[in-house]
Design a protein around this ligand. Structure first.
Ligand code: FMN
Length: 232
C-alpha cells in the first residue's frame, strides 16, 4: 500500500472534517467549501483606483462560501473606482479596521435566509464606526434567480434581522442580486440536499448574476455616499 506523507494525511483529515462539519451546519457556519474543494474556490481581494489620489477611500467587504459573491464585490468596487474612488475589496473576515474608510459596502451570500454569520458579526462589532459613515448593504441569493415582486420582497426581508439588530447603521441603499448555483463547489451532502431543494423549486444550476444590474446599483452609490458625508 502506498504510504502517505504527514502533510497528505493532514490535508485528507481536514477534508473529511470539513465534510462532516458541513453536513452538521448545512453551510450556515464557518467557511467549509474551501476545505472540501480547496484550490477550486477563489475569494478575490484587490484594490483599485490608486490613481484617484483626490478621491474618497471606500471599502467593499464581503462574505462568501463558494466564491461568486466575490465577483459581485469586485464589480461593485470597480464601478466605484471608475467613478473616482480608491477602493479596497476584501473578505470580511480579514477586515480589522474600518476607520480609514469614508464609506463601506457590506455584502454577503444568503444561506438559510440569512447573511453569512461573519457579516452580521462584522456589522455588530463595527457598529459605532459604521454609524458615523455612509454604508450600503448587498446580498446574493437564489430567490432572485426568478425576478418577481414577491421574490424581491422575500430577498429584502433576509436583511430585516440585521437592520433590527443594529438600527444605528442605516444603509443608504440595499442591493439585492441573484447569485450562482454551482453544485461542483458544494461538499457532497450539502450538494445532495440542495439538488432536492432546488429541483423542487425548479431552479437549475447556473450563474444568475446580472452584471448590468450590479453595475447600475454601484453607480448610484457614489452620489448617495457623498450626499451622506456632505462631500458631494
Ligand atoms: C446551503 C445553501 C443554502 C442557501 N440558502 C439560501 C436561502 O435561504 N435563500 C436564497 O435565496 N438562496 C440561498 N442559497 C443560495 C446562495 O445564496 C447563492 O448560491 C449565492 O450565490 C452563493 O454565494 P457564494 O458563491 O458567494 O457562496 C443557498 C445556497 C446554499 C449552498
Amino acid at each position: 500500500m502506498k504510504e502517505i506523507s504527514r502533510r497528505e494525511f493532514m490535508a485528507h483529515s481536514a477534508r473529511i472534517t470539513g465534510a462532516v462539519v458541513g453536513v452538521m451546519t448545512l453551510g450556515a457556519g464557518i467557511p467549509l467549501a474551501q476545505v472540501g474543494e480547496a484550490g477550486e474556490i477563489q475569494f478575490p481581494q484587490s484594490s483599485c483606483g490608486i490613481n484617484n489620489t483626490k478621491g474618497p477611500k471606500f471599502l467593499v467587504a464581503y462574505a462568501s462560501r463558494c466564491g461568486s459573491t466575490g465577483g459581485v464585490a469586485e464589480a461593485i468596487g470597480q464601478s466605484l473606482c471608475h467613478n473616482g474612488a480608491i477602493v479596497d475589496i476584501r473578505l470580511i473576515n480579514g477586515v480589522t479596521d474600518v476607520t480609514s474608510y469614508e464609506a463601506v459596502v457590506v455584502g454577503s451570500a444568503i444561506r438559510s435566509d440569512r447573511w453569512l454569520p461573519e457579516t452580521t458579526a462584522f456589522v455588530e462589532k463595527n457598529r459605532h464606526a459604521l454609524a458615523r459613515i455612509p454604508v450600503a448593504y448587498f446580498l446574493t441569493c437564489l430567490t432572485l434567480s426568478r425576478a418577481s415582486k414577491e421574490n424581491q420582497g422575500k430577498a429584502r426581508s433576509y436583511l430585516n434581522p440585521e437592520i433590527t439588530a443594529v438600527p444605528e447603521v442605516k444603509p443608504v441603499d440595499i442591493g439585492l442580486f441573484a447569485g450562482v448555483l454551482d453544485y461542483g463547489k458544494l461538499p457532497f451532502h450539502i450538494r445532495m440536499v440542495m439538488k432536492l431543494k432546488m429541483s423542487s423549486k425548479g431552479v437549475s444550476e447556473g450563474d444568475y448574476r446580472d452584471w448590468e444590474a450590479i453595475r447600475r446599483w454601484a453607480e448610484g452609490l457614489r452620489p448617495k455616499f457623498l450626499a451622506r458625508t456632505g462631500l458631494g
